[in-house]
Design a protein around this ligand. Sequence first.
Ligand code: NAP
Length: 565
Amino acid sequence: MPDAQANRVKTGTEPASHFDAVIVGAGFSGLYMLHRLRRLGLSVRVYEAGGDLGGTWYWNRYPGARCDIDSMNYSYSFSHELEQEWKWTERYATQPEILRYLDHVADRFELRQDIQFETRVTATVFDEATNRWAVQTDGGGHVSARFVIMATGCLSATKVPDFKGLDTFQGTRLHTSRWPREGVDFTGQRVGVIGTGSSGIQVIPIIAEQASHLYVFQRTPSFSVPARNAPLDPAYVSQMKETYAEYRRKARETRAGVIMEVNPKSALEVSPEERERAYQARWEVGGTSFLATFSDVMANRDANETAAEFVRSRIRATVRDPAVAEALCPREYPLGTKRICVDTHYYETFNRDNVTLVDVKASPIEELTPTGLRTRSAEYALDRIVFATGFDAFTGALFNIDIRGRANASLKRKWADGPRSYLGLSIAGFPNLFTITGPGSPSVFGNAIVSIEQHVEWISDCITYLREHRLECIEATAQAEDEWVSHVKEVAGRTLYPLANSWYIGANIPGKPRVLLPYAGGVGAYRKKCEAIAAQGYEGFTLTRAGEAFSTPPPLPSARIPSQR
Ligand code: NAP
């Protein structure tokens, strides 16, 4: 369905090009979205701020970066040939291997030709007269599109704390999510790492091996389970590949988009000995399935505490200095309510003579100085400071774009008290704009690739439906949006997540509204809801026809088309 005006070059202040769809971002989401829409025959332009594809994997090239979901699952399932031909080498792929995979995907499906790199979308405005989005990029580019799809990622807007003296530091300042392409050599350097979330926990053991001294500035300790990373066993790979389709189908129906054995027992119903054995067994296997050791670890505070105490016992058994071990033990929040980390020799790193743990909750960082960093109680001389301070999750990347829907209403203003969307996919007042893994969808509560594929397929099916029914616009109704927001909140209230000051609830960004951003109702259940909504002729959406591209009938502005059942 190439738009009648697609790619027509105009002059003056008018858009230079017209596309059926603009996709923002060329990570896992954007690449697959491009592939699907091209298969529908749409004209598509992808804008990507990075110099190459990969999205968050392009930017997060710090040493030690790797996925924390098994690589055989952390990959696309949409192409049988692709999943059969690609060879992952390790249980958890490194960042370079993930980039090689995405490169291969882009080559295989000839995606690069429609991607414009080093181009940031700065604004997009819906024009009610034409039912098209005007899209503006840095460098002054203007195009228009029928659909805009935000593939901007949940974890892409970097967060640097606003420390006093930030720019006075004379050494090298780095952020894990903006790592230099040429790499960094820490040999013989005095290094400070601020932050002990997943990024800090991956980078710290590696920097410790190079630095003359490493200071780890920890505000809140994380729970971390061992990765037990290893080369993939060829027999396992063959067996997975033989049963991939069935495996993927089952994974899509699970709570977290990955198949893991969930023990149906409560942690509180078994003897202390059985509990210990069960946790130890999962600890030996490694990875996030530790959270499924018992059915109620993530649902019941007391059950959760048994898992938390097991991890603390492992920390005490690993770290030789009891005071350091105690400082590394998380106590303020239930296990898993901040994203659980998956590490390789993280706790062991604190047994090294060249590593010092600094508690910056007890003595906060007051300022960066020309020669290092000063906390309330001491000064640290540093050559390099690594910020592993995370992201303005979900909304940060969207708010970096001035998104304006009907009546020029700003998304940022609409979401001032927290994100409001229907299914995390669509926003009332913003027709034909979709958010892949947006707030209000399961996204980060599971295997992100499974959620990405589900959204991409739902969006492309939706666009096919519009085309077949000669419809021009789809827009969430305010009522459906309100009901979904209430549902997301109600489900969140039944979980332990609100008990932690995490990025899941926006607590890491000063002034950000505290709302559980992902949907906690489960990947499989969510998929069913989305499918049912589509099957009922896009229940909860207003569908309109008007204008040139899709319509033969006369315009019916805002008319609710009867459901197509
Ligand atoms: P994060 O989990 O938000 O951790 C940020 C760290 O910086 C926290 O320890 C935080 O302390 C600390 N921090 C922030 N501001 C600070 C300040 N002013 N003073 C001192 N400390 C400060 O960010 P992340 O580690 O980049 O991870 C974010 C998410 O990305 C992960 O949860 C995960 O989903 C994903 N990720 C995944 C992997 C992987 O294994 N595949 C790797 C990296 C990231 P507080 O906790 O006290 O705020």
